[in-house]
Design a protein around this ligand. Structure first.
Ligand code: ZN
Length: 155
């Protein structure tokens, strides 16, 4: 078992370092004989810093944590605008990659499911009853409110 004393030391040039000693007496002896030198500048003008729990010390030397800023109210609207933009991008992709079958949606979805029509992504409108009926038949459909701006013909 090794029982070492670790002291926080500081030289005349304000370099902080740790000194490891066999005992407090060992430290006193080395100090009196000027045997301790700064590892950075070799200064022998050494003083001992008041010992502090290591955890506190490292916290003290770390940059102060930035206090969390309260979210300004204006950011909320900005975030919503960003979200809306993302949603518009996604909706645009859906529109670009699906065939608009309008009110024939349930009929087409069923045809595709039973392989009576070419497999493709479609979009359209369906009543709640139609959607429920499709679900009963194991035809999964996704209900997404498309932005009105994208409902018209593209370009
Ligand atoms: Zn130094």
């Amino acid at each position: 078992m090794v029982d070492m004393k670790v002291f926080d030391l500081c030289c005349g040039n304000d370099h902080r370092f740790e000194g490891w000693f066999g005992s407090e007496a060992d430290y006193d002896h080395q100090m009196a004989a000027s045997l301790i030198e700064c590892p950075l500048c070799a200064s022998r003008d050494i003083r001992r810093l008041p010992s502090a729990p290591r955890l506190n010390l490292s916290q003290a030397s770390a940059p102060a944590p930035v206090a969390p800023q309260p979210q300004p109210v204006a950011r909320a609207g900005e975030a919503r605008a960003q979200l809306q933009e993302l949603w518009m991008q996604m909706a645009r992709r859906i529109v670009e990659n699906t065939e608009d079958v309008g009110t024939r949606f349930a009929e087409e979805a069923r045809k595709i499911h039973y392989q009576e029509a070419e497999e493709r992504a479609i979009r359209g409108v369906a009543t709640a009853e139609e959607t429920a009926a499709l679900a009963d038949e194991g035809i999964e459909v996704l209900s997404l409110p498309l932005p009105p701006a994208l409902k018209g013909p593209l370009q």
